[in-house]
Design a protein. Structure first.
Length: 233
């Protein structure tokens, strides 16, 4: 297994063993190696590409699906929507915090590092693409990452029971098309970006005002799971 996968939790090892021999995934890693050899900057740093997979699969209570890592310097950290505490909170994350305050009365967060959600609350913060070329949004999504990350969602679908998938926006909705709704819950809203947060979709409410966080906790409680503490600090 590639050395940069050394940080993944052992519970994910069977998954990666099955994926790393897939032709599209082999091509993906060859492509990334070529980009690095050409001196192209890739975010996040290689040591953080699989940060989300440090969470043991048996601890996953909820998955939040993003599309792409942040493509500006010092932002991407391997967890969807999260930025280091030293960085300015991006617009989508500000709206996420706004909804948390509206929904649960949670005080506004002072920073955008969501590591506590992953480390302590069992939240799998997955981007559909785990890397991006600096300054070039979506540049790696079709290179093979989506095959791997959709397979990861299917692995959760099969291995876990009564987890919640927060699907924000049409892209995330499609990623959840194959989730077994007899075993899990998918909560769909529009995307929390400034352009989407107030948008009512044909198949989902606007993100702001959706109460998606309390809905998630209600589902977990109903299935005898500890509700999530959404605090950041």
């Amino acid at each position: 297994m590639q050395s940069f996968l050394s940080t993944i939790d052992p519970s994910w090892q069977p998954f990666f063993e099955s994926q790393l021999t897939q032709p599209k995934i082999v091509q993906l890693f060859e492509y990334l190696a070529q980009q690095q050899a050409q001196g192209i900057t890739i975010y996040p740093p290689q040591s953080l590409w699989f940060r989300a997979f440090e969470l043991p699969i048996e601890q996953i209570k909820l998955t939040i699906i993003g599309q792409d890592p942040y493509f500006n310097p010092n932002q991407a950290m391997g967890l969807s929507f999260s930025v280091p505490a030293s960085e300015k909170i991006p617009p989508s994350l500000r709206n996420i915090f706004k909804e948390l305050t509206s929904d649960l009365g949670q005080p506004a967060a002072s920073h955008g590092d969501l590591s506590r959600w992953a480390n302590e609350e069992g939240i799998f913060l997955l981007n559909a693409s785990l890397t991006v070329e600096a300054g070039n949004a979506g540049s790696h999504l079709k290179q093979g990452w989506q095959q791997l990350t959709l397979a990861a969602l299917d692995f959760i679908n099969q291995q876990c029971q009564h987890t919640v998938f927060l699907a924000w926006g049409a892209f995330a909705h499609k990623c959840c098309n194959n989730i077994d709704l007899q075993r899990h819950q998918v909560i769909k809203t529009s995307h929390p970006s400034p352009l989407g947060a107030y948008k009512v979709m044909k198949t989902a409410p606007a993100f702001l005002g959706s109460n998606c966080f309390s809905q998630a906790n209600d589902y977990l409680i109903a299935h005898d799971k500890q509700p999530i503490s959404w605090v950041i600090d």
